[in-house]
Design a protein around this ligand. Structure first.
Ligand SMILES: [Zn+2]
Length: 98
């Protein structure tokens, strides 16, 4: 078993697990019960684990999961121009975002 995702909140690991499920990769949650442990601190958020054989596929699936999360309202070109999110290349100099 390999951990492919460490949750940063109470629900994001569940969403990652669902995403992996939808990509045909069985994933397990760990640590979701720590909240109920009396007096045990610090709290750690759930993490997502997959079988070692599934790790490459899981990591590939996670790259497509994370992309929609990246919200870049605007991006700054190396030439100094600010471009809207619809621009795949700088409107001024034609360079692509880094
Ligand atoms: Zn530019």
């Amino acid at each position: 078993m390999v951990r492919v995702y460490q949750g940063i909140g109470p629900v994001d690991a569940y969403m990652v697990r669902d995403w992996l499920d939808r990509n045909g990769i069985h994933a397990w949650m760990h640590g979701q019960h720590l909240m109920g442990a009396c007096g045990e601190l610090p709290i750690s958020w759930p993490s997502v684990w997959v079988a070692t054989d599934d790790e490459p596929r899981a990591r590939a699936a996670l790259t497509t999961y994370e992309q929609p999360q990246l919200v870049h309202p605007d991006w700054l070109c190396r030439c100094g121009e600010t471009n809207g999110p619809a621009f795949g290349a700088c409107w001024s100099c034609g360079a692509e975002p880094r």
